[in-house]
Design a binder for this molecule. Sequence first.
Ligand code: B16
Ligand code: MG
Length: 215
Amino acid sequence: DIQGVIFDLDGVLTDTAEYHYRAWQRLADEEGLPFDREANEALRGISRRASLMKIIGDRVYSEAQIEDMMERKNQYYVDSIDAISPTDLLPGVLDFLKEIKQAGVKTALGSASKNARPVIEKLGIAEYIDVIGDGHSVERPKPAPDLFLFGANELGVDPAACVVFEDAAAGIEAALAAGMWAVGLGPVERVGEAHVVLSSLENVHWADLRGKLQQ
Ligand code: B16
Ligand code: MG
């Protein structure tokens, strides 16, 4: 039976993607690097460094310049998330969190972001998340299974009894590599490898979903 739920953050509980996008765009403009909303799609769910590598492409920078650019982008991002509030929760999230808590299911966050903790607090959902796995928790980013395995281990739940909610292809891959159930949120073209694909958490009920996953 499923005993643990692991949530990705950006694209699942809230849409910080827009803030990440604006911060990267500002950095790219300052550096004269080509970047736009479409290019930003390829950054969904991937780490800060991997994102910058995609933006700089085959241009050559020193490690010091790379670190400086990552730091600047992060500063723009951190400034912009200051305004996050519970109204930034995606549709259905709060009801779903309440429902699974009621059902006695344990919950973990499995986000690539090093800023996940303050975002969870600003969203007002810290009381619904038992364990935080974030960009500080493990070395290897998604699609490696490490972050989700960290969450399961901290929860004390067998990976096979965990379900991951993800909006990124790399996240679904990571969940499957961890031997967990995967629920994809978004278009089939992106998250079609998941066991169940949903458009959002709106009107999703734990009892139904659990049945769908285990049959
Ligand atoms: P940070 P998730 C990811 O969050 C974002 O989708 C991705 O755009 C970002 O680069 C990554 O976190 C790292 O974030 O720069 O704050 O450490 O989807 O894994 O919750
Ligand atoms: Mg995500």
